[in-house]
Design a protein. Structure first.
Length: 331
């Protein structure tokens, strides 16, 4: 009997990491989840505790990482991903993208494993090219409030590619655009859970800026499928994974009001510094290399996500510690 392939997923208790654990278990892998729980939630993987092919290790990958036995794949998804988080823990954000990535690349080299890193559309900064394609080098402010995340991810890409060119390591780089779905933290400050949370609490929906800035939202199942296909391809250069269906934040707020059947109005506050005005992935490369494109419409995905948020305990709905852009607004 052939032994199961072993995959290490960092950030396993996070939104995307937990869905990746589910997918790889379904595909017959032995999954090792790793998370320091600084932003992850152990409840996201509690349903896996009785799975014989799943194990969880609480560990900060910014410290040395050792695993006994063979390892076929590493998926590095450990990082704060919300502005609220990385403004609160900027040093940890930089460390997980730099030291954490370095540690895992060393592990991948020792184990002869394929390493996939979760990069982000934030490497494009506030883009001057629209839609954003993988050949665009970006417009990033390295010392602005978002720089700790943007530059951590840019460095992550650079050191990963260096390990490929210098050591011959097998690598994959996915640039993730706005993703949503069940297991998002309701009060993490990102626009989709923020709007739904406000609607569920009967609060007015808050738009930062005039609402003309755009985003493109990809449902989590589509994102996971794209990551899975990329890992099992032989393509070593960055690939955008996201939904190119672009919408303004103002239009999106109106969609949420209609979805939730609430009567809240929209209120406007100052735009955060360096907040991107446009986000839309060019997914030509994903279509060509992976045969991938999103399948779940925004209306369908939002219904599922809304039902998930409605099912959360009442105390979760009113937990406020991550629910403010205080200190982030441009003065």
């Amino acid at each position: 009997m052939t032994a199961k392939k072993r995959v290490l997923i960092t950030g396993a208790a996070g939104f995307l990491g937990s869905h990746l654990c589910d997918r790889f278990l379904q595909e017959g892998y032995h999954v090792i989840g790793m998370d320091n729980l600084i932003t992850g939630d152990i409840r996201n993987i509690e349903h896996l505790y009785n799975e014989p092919a799943f194990e969880f290790i609480k560990h900060d990958v910014s410290n040395y990482v050792h695993l006994p036995g063979d390892l076929d794949y590493i998926l590095h998804f450990a990082s704060p991903a919300s502005p609220i988080d990385y403004l609160k823990i900027p040093i940890q954000t930089l460390k997980v993208g730099s030291l954490g990535t370095h540690n895992l690349l060393g592990l991948a080299k020792a184990k002869k494993a394929t390493m996939l890193i979760a990069s982000t559309s934030e490497v494009y900064g506030d883009p001057t090219v629209h839609p954003q394609h993988e050949g665009y080098y970006g417009n990033v402010n390295p010392i602005g409030p978002r720089g700790v995340y943007d530059e951590a991810k840019r460095f992550q890409e650079a050191i990963t590619m260096a390990y490929h060119t210098f050591h011959g390591l097998d690598i994959r780089i996915v640039r993730i655009f706005n993703t949503y779905g069940p297991r998002m933290r309701l009060n993490d400050g990102r626009v989709l859970p923020a709007f739904i949370g406000q609607a569920l609490r009967g609060e007015d929906l808050t738009i930062f800026g005039d609402g003309s800035q755009t985003r493109s939202f990809c449902y989590v199942d589509d994102l996971i499928e794209g990551v899975f296909r990329l890992l099992h391809s032989n393509y070593v250069y960055p690939v955008n994974i996201g939904n190119p269906d672009e919408i303004t934040i103002r239009e999106f707020a109106e969609e949420i009001i209609k979805l939730t059947g609430t009567a809240q109005k929209i209120v406007y506050k100052p735009l955060p510094k360096d907040d991107p005005m446009q986000r839309q992935p060019d997914i030509s490369r994903a279509r060509e290399v992976l045969g991938w494109e999103p399948q779940v419409s925004r209306s369908e995905g939002l219904k599922i996500t809304y039902e998930y948020f409605k099912s959360l305990p009442r105390e979760e709905l009113y937990r406020k510690e991550h629910n403010s852009f205080e200190g982030y607004i441009k003065r």
